[in-house]
Design a protein around this ligand. Structure first.
Ligand SMILES: Nc1nc2c(c(=O)[nH]1)N[C@H]1C(S)=C(S)[C@@H](COP(=O)(O)OP(=O)(O)OC[C@H]3O[C@@H](n4cnc5c(=O)[nH]c(N)nc54)[C@H](O)[C@@H]3O)O[C@H]1N2
Ligand SMILES: Nc1nc2c(c(=O)[nH]1)N[C@H]1C(S)=C(S)[C@@H](COP(=O)(O)OP(=O)(O)OC[C@H]3O[C@@H](n4cnc5c(=O)[nH]c(N)nc54)[C@H](O)[C@@H]3O)O[C@H]1N2
Ligand SMILES: [Mo]
Length: 767
């Protein structure tokens, strides 16, 4: 596996981080990247997330209508710096390195080669990438696609490409005859899309930025705001200052959920005074959320009984439940019947702590639930999402200012890609409308999600793979097994900004096509172009890049999609790819025609400061899109979300992100907020487990997956690192530990890989 070059030369230092999130630490973190990227235009940061600027290429957190002068965070700044690097990964680079040689490079070193500059064809005879012309690439790809059975070809998208590109890409796939449109969301918030749809009828969150001003209680489940959506910290700081309780459920003590120094507050920066974030911090066991929420709901029911028996009004909103929901009685009966002893055992929390949190929630008038991968990435992740809905529905906390559901999305346009048709599920796409609009017969079968693609590659049934961004082979579970089978694919095409491992494992015909970043100027026949993205609160913003492109030989993502489309599809008078490419406004017109309910006046409105919101019925207490026409309480089938039985010495491994990465893009080896520097090869483990197993700090151990499929999955040389987390739980980094996750270990219903509770054993002296 990758990860060796330069690695040994870094100094490893592990010591608890005492500072807050934000503050000087974040400034130093940013400065380090900017120094490393020499001559970087720091002024570009001031255009980030502004109405006339570009939308950050990092996370999907909401962008305000009235931004701060510096509306960016440490990680957004790193992401910008990463795209604007002066380094270039040129054909000359590939002339001096074979692809096999590059397979030994770490993720960090591969991306450090800089921006890709020219289209490349893989030559298996020389084992090198060689430059080719754009037309040659399109024609060759088109010829291969025409030979392949469309049902076997995969069109993957990673969540960064804009709405315009994504719409064109999905249309290309469907006109070609493929419904295989998996995306990074399949590994991420798919449990949300499935769970929320059934519970409230909308597959996306119901809160908008304005709600943060009005909330008087936040429940935070499994989302690491300090690293992964730092701009949200300002809102949390304001809420905390107003006295709104923030109740956190997370196995790990995450610094961003503890305290924050606002880098934009001169007073806080100079005084070092931090704002506490969480008012209560509950370190539940990984996979314990269903049990915790059962406990919270159980207390609400008990308290409601007590208060009503005494002639009062309890915390449960019975009128809301009666009028707008189904399934409450069965759910309440389940909560009553579940014992506190079972709840304590499965959650790892004391009943009194859960009661305390429930009482805090009961005292609120506008509460919101914020959550992330700690909820979705479990075998019972969809049920955990529904439990969050149950908890909010019980008190009528949806469709009220300051209240609601807030799944925090990952990639900057991952939610938007689904909005405009990137989905393997035919029922989520207006196929009849597409048929009428473009005069073709769209495929109706159920396509492959990410996990299906992995299984298909292993089984030899996938014919071709096109990746619109991302690092598929690094992000998926069971990566080495899939890599091995991947080389048998007849065709692989990767559209990317920077070199990564997925570009080094090639099908028999393979192309690597370099594209513009959203920060760069995109000039087409009709002049400079603007694109748009949708954030975590369903708000659509324009994004205008004005940096000079990293190379004159780059193409925009829409241009590459159009190039492949024209070389592959029979001409269709209703789809003028060239006209679309000349003016992306024409693509927006097509999007508006397909989705008039969401995109009315798209071209006129998308430049509005603060963007425009896609309407969300659930936000207005209209649950008519949920099964049965009302919101649904769904009773869980188990208290543990892990999907596996506890056993002696079976640990629950959580694969986590550091503060110095964006998914598989590793910016550096320091996880400042967790006090880890110089290495990512760590195993976070509790002091109690270390003592029980006789492990000393710094010792190297291996992890081995517990599974019944006779495949050995082992990760060696992880450094034992004492950390504040519950006994029986372990933490280690993603993507380094993806080899431990069996493809089959994924969420029921959503197929989201269960990356937060992987059953493993620790091997102290591995052979
Ligand atoms: N800087 C940076 N920003 C990012 C990303 C990045 O890699 N780097 N990635 C982007 C993407 S694509 C995404 S999806 C988001 C991801 O952002 P998050 O949703 O925050 O995802 P993770 O960092 O994987 O971990 C989530 C948290 O869940 C906790 N956790 C683990 N298991 C459990 C559990 O069983 N229950 C509970 N309650 N908590 C648990 C972990 O301790 C961790 O704090 O961030 C986006 N933003
Ligand atoms: N074990 C474990 N596995 C996980 C997770 C986990 O928590 N644990 N998280 C999952 C989640 S939430 C996600 S979202 C996935 C992420 O999976 P992906 O989205 O596939 O992976 P990324 O690392 O975000 O992709 C990074 C690459 O995208 C390319 N890129 C960057 N910008 C652009 C651009 O503007 N255009 C194009 N065309 N390419 C670009 C660059 O080449 C870069 O190397 O991983 C999942 N895998
Ligand atoms: Mo994600």
């Amino acid at each position: 596996m990758s990860g060796t070059r330069k690695h040994s030369r870094r100094k490893v230092k592990i010591s608890p981080y005492k500072g807050p999130v934000g503050g000087w630490g974040s400034i130093t973190g940013m400065a380090k990247v900017f120094r490393a990227e020499r001559d970087l235009p720091a002024g570009e940061l001031l255009r980030q997330n502004k109405a006339d600027g570009f939308m950050c290429v990092s996370c999907a957190w909401a962008k305000p209508a009235k931004p701060h002068p510096a509306e960016f965070c440490e990680n957004g700044a790193k992401a910008t710096a990463w795209d604007l690097t002066p380094r270039r990964c040129t054909p000359e680079f590939f002339a001096t390195h074979t692809v096999s040689e590059l397979l030994d490079w770490s993720d960090y070193d591969l991306e450090q080669t800089g921006r890709l500059t020219d289209p490349l064809r893989y030559n298996p005879d020389t084992d090198r990438y060689e430059p080719c012309g754009w037309d040659e690439a399109y024609q060759a790809i088109g010829a291969e696609l025409k030979r392949l059975d469309p049902k076997t070809v995969v069109f993957y998208a990673s969540g960064r490409a804009a709405l315009e590109t994504s719409y064109m890409y999905a249309l290309l796939a469907r006109m070609y005859g493929s419904q295989n449109l998996p995306d990074s969301s399949n590994m991420c918030h798919e449990s949300t899309s499935v769970g929320l749809k059934q519970s409230v009828g909308a597959p996306v969150g119901t809160v908008v930025l304005d709600d943060f001003e009005a909330t008087d209680c936040m429940l935070f489940f499994g989302q690491n705001v300090g690293s992964n959506s730092p701009r949200m910290l300002h809102l949390l700081q304001d809420a905390s200052k107003r006295g709104a309780p923030i109740i956190t459920f997370n196995p790990l003590k995450e610094r961003g959920l503890e305290r924050f120094v606002n880098p934009q507050s001169p007073f806080q920066m100079l005084s070092g005074q931090a704002t506490p974030i969480s008012s209560e911090y509950h370190q539940l066991r990984a996979g314990g959320d269903i049990a915790v929420i059962t406990g919270l709901c159980k207390w609400l029911i008990e308290e409601d009984d007590r208060q009503r028996a005494a002639g009062g009004v309890g915390p449960i909103d019975h009128a809301f439940i009666a009028e707008l929901t189904h399934g409450y009685d069965a759910f309440a009966a389940f909560c009553r019947a579940t014992s506190w002893a079972d709840i304590e055992r499965e959650s790892g929390l004391a009943a009194d702590d859960i009661r305390h949190a429930a009482a805090t929630y009961a005292g609120s008038t506008a509460a919101m639930a914020v959550y992330g991968m700690g909820i979705t990435q479990h075998v019972l992740g969809v049920q955990a999402v529904r439990m969050i809905c149950n908890l909010m529905l019980m008190r009528g906390m949806i469709g009220r200012r300051g209240a609601g559901l807030c799944p925090v999305r990952g990639h900057s346009n991952v939610q938007g890609q689904r909005t405009v048709g990137i989905s393997e599920k035919p029922e989520l796409v207006p196929l009849d409308k597409l048929k009428e609009q473009f005069g073709f017969e769209p495929p109706r079968y159920h396509g492959m999600a990410t996990v299906d693609v992995c299984e298909g590659v292993l089984a030899g049934t996938v014919g071709g793979f096109i990746g619109l961004g991302g690092n598929f082979l690094r992000a998926i579970p069971d990566s080495p097994r899939v890599e091995e089978a991947w080389r048998q694919l007849p065709l692989t095409v990767q559209i990317a900004t920077k070199l990564n491992r997925s570009h080094l494992i090639n099908g028999r015909v393979a192309y690597l096509l370099p594209c513009l970043s959203r920060i760069e100027r995109d000039v087409q026949a009709g002049g400079p172009q603007t694109v748009s993205t949708e954030d975590s609160t369903s708000c659509i913003h324009a994004s205008f890049g004005d940096r000079a492109p990293a190379s004159h030989n780059l193409r925009s993502e829409p241009a590459i999609v159009a190039g492949i489309a024209k070389a592959t599809l029979a001409p269709n008078p209703k789809v003028d790819w060239d006209a679309w490419l000349g003016d992306y406004g024409r693509v927006r017109e097509a999007i508006e025609e397909t989705y008039p309910q969401w995109f009315e006046g798209y071209n006129a409105r998308f430049h509005d400061p603060g963007g425009f919101h896609r309407p969300n019925k659930a936000r207005n207490r209209d649950f008519s899109d949920a099964p049965g026409g009302k919101a649904n309480f769904v009773t869980p089938t188990a208290l543990s979300a892990t999907g596996f039985a506890d056993g002696p010495d079976i640990f629950r491994l959580m694969t986590l992100r550091s503060n110095d990465q964006f998914n598989t893009t590793v910016y550096g080896y320091d996880d400042r907020l967790r006090g880890i520097s110089g290495t990512r090869e760590v195993l976070l483990i509790s002091a109690a487990d270390m003592a029980r197993l006789g492990l000393e700090e710094g010792r190297k151990v291996a992890l081995v997956t517990v599974s019944s499929d006779n495949v050995e999955r082992i990760k060696r040389d992880l450094r034992v690192t004492r950390y504040d987390l519950p006994q029986g739980c372990l933490g280690a980094y993603y993507p380094e530990c993806n080899l431990l996750i069996p493809v089959s270990h994924c969420a029921e219903e959503s197929k989201t890989p269960a990356a937060k509770t992987v059953p493993v054993r620790i091997l102290v002296d591995p052979a």
